[in-house]
Design a protein around this ligand. Structure first.
Ligand SMILES: CC(C)(COP(=O)(O)OP(=O)(O)OC[C@H]1O[C@@H](n2cnc3c(N)ncnc32)[C@H](O[C@H]2O[C@H](COP(=O)(O)OP(=O)(O)OP(=O)(O)O)[C@@H](O)[C@H]2O)[C@@H]1O)[C@@H](O)C(=O)NCCC(=O)NCCS
Ligand SMILES: Nc1ncnc2[nH]cnc12
Length: 298
């Protein structure tokens, strides 16, 4: 994880009705905040997640552990209620972007410069904004059953399409070099990997009566098998992404978490990813996003 100096420019805090110091956010924003925090916490404790940090070990990372993620998640809690209120107020993307940049500063301050959740700030932030919009405008307009991903597209899709990422970022460079869309494309598409892949996998394992961890592991492998994860491309190039996707597909084809040997197989893959320094951080974020959406959409 590259250390990045905390941005020296201290942005004046965005002010929406929920971010006035001392004022508690409205109940819907607290619900969304709690769901997002819980989703990030559950992602970290999920194990085995090939290459990634959990309570067991630090995966392919030497500069962060579960405590780093706990500090980062705590630092982001007010961001999620603020961006939920911004979504309820149908704020333009520029306001969401500013809240996201402020959240990145809070994250870096809490992690001493480690990039734990930059992608999650973006992915879960947009979904939290959509959840805020639905909470305030859903009833009566029929949008209280519309998928959060579709609300992201409808409310902020045009501006998101024009959103200029940092060309020097790992994700931008990986996207350009390998011709993949990355996090921005996933959001622009209404989070297809979440709705078409992760959520069905997660819900089917829960419906089978297996454990919550097994449901999260299955959803994670389903994402790993399909996602163009720019973290994998950044660290392992095309070969790294192909290895990860091939192994994930083989795990699922062998029965995934439904067979007794699932844990042994998943731990062996975790070790193989660590040996290659592969870290599918994008799949981890979308697992958290899946957990958020499941909690909000039911
Ligand atoms: C649009 C942004 C997400 C910026 O995206 P960009 O493409 O410019 O690239 P990155 O800054 O690299 O961020 C992309 C992160 O998104 C996650 N991700 C990767 N692939 C996908 C995908 N297909 N779909 C969804 N999400 C994806 C992933 O984030 C997680 O991994 C990061 C940790 O990775 P790691 O490799 O361990 O750490 P590094 O430091 O990168 O490398 P090492 O040195 O350790 O090897 C961590 O961020 C996780 O969250 C990608 O990293 C958006 O950030 C942006 O434009 N922000 C500006 C503010 C803004 O507009 N905010 C909007 C608020 S609503
Ligand atoms: N558990 C995790 N380990 C490493 N990178 C991550 N990015 C998001 N979640 C992560």
């Amino acid at each position: 994880m590259t250390s990045s100096a905390v941005t020296s420019e201290v942005l004046p805090r965005s002010r929406s009705s929920a971010s006035v110091p001392g004022e508690a956010p409205p109940a819907y924003a607290r619900t969304i905040r709690n769901a997002a925090v819980r989703a990030l916490q559950e992602e970290v404790i999920t194990y085995p997640k090939p290459g990634l940090v959990s309570l067991v070990d630090t995966g392919s990372h030497v500069d962060m552990d579960a405590t780093t993620f706990a500090r980062s998640t705590l630092a982001l809690r007010h961001y999620f209620s603020r961006i939920a209120v911004a979504g309820a107020e149908r704020a333009p993307f520029g306001v969401l972007r500013r809240l996201g940049i402020e959240a990145e500063i809070d994250m870096l301050r809490a992690t001493h410069g480690i990039n734990t959740h930059r992608g999650a700030i973006f992915n879960l932030g947009l979904l939290a904004a959509a959840a805020g919009f639905r909470a305030q405008h859903g009833a009566g307009t029929g949008t209280d059953t519309v998928a959060l991903g579709a609300i992201v597209q409808a409310c902020w899709g045009d501006d998101l399409a024009r959103h200029r990422r940092d060309a020097a970022s790992h994700g931008s460079r990986a996207s350009a070099m390998h011709g993949v869309g990355g996090a921005k494309a996933e959001a622009l598409g209404g989070f297809p990997s979440l709705y078409e892949v992760a959520l069905p996998a997660y819900r089917s394992v829960l419906a089978a009566g297996l454990s919550a961890n097994q449901a999260r592991v299955q959803a994670f492998f389903a994402l790993l098998a399909r996602l163009d994860d720019t973290n994998l491309l950044h660290r392992g190039g095309g070969a790294g992404l192909a290895f990860a996707q091939t192994e994930a597909r083989a795990f699922l084809a062998a029965g995934g978490v439904h067979v007794p040997a699932w844990r042994t197989r998943a731990i062996a893959l975790h070790r193989a990813f660590c040996a290659r320094r592969l870290s599918p951080g994008g799949s981890a974020d979308l697992l958290a996003a899946c957990l958020l959406v499941h909690r909000i959409e039911g």
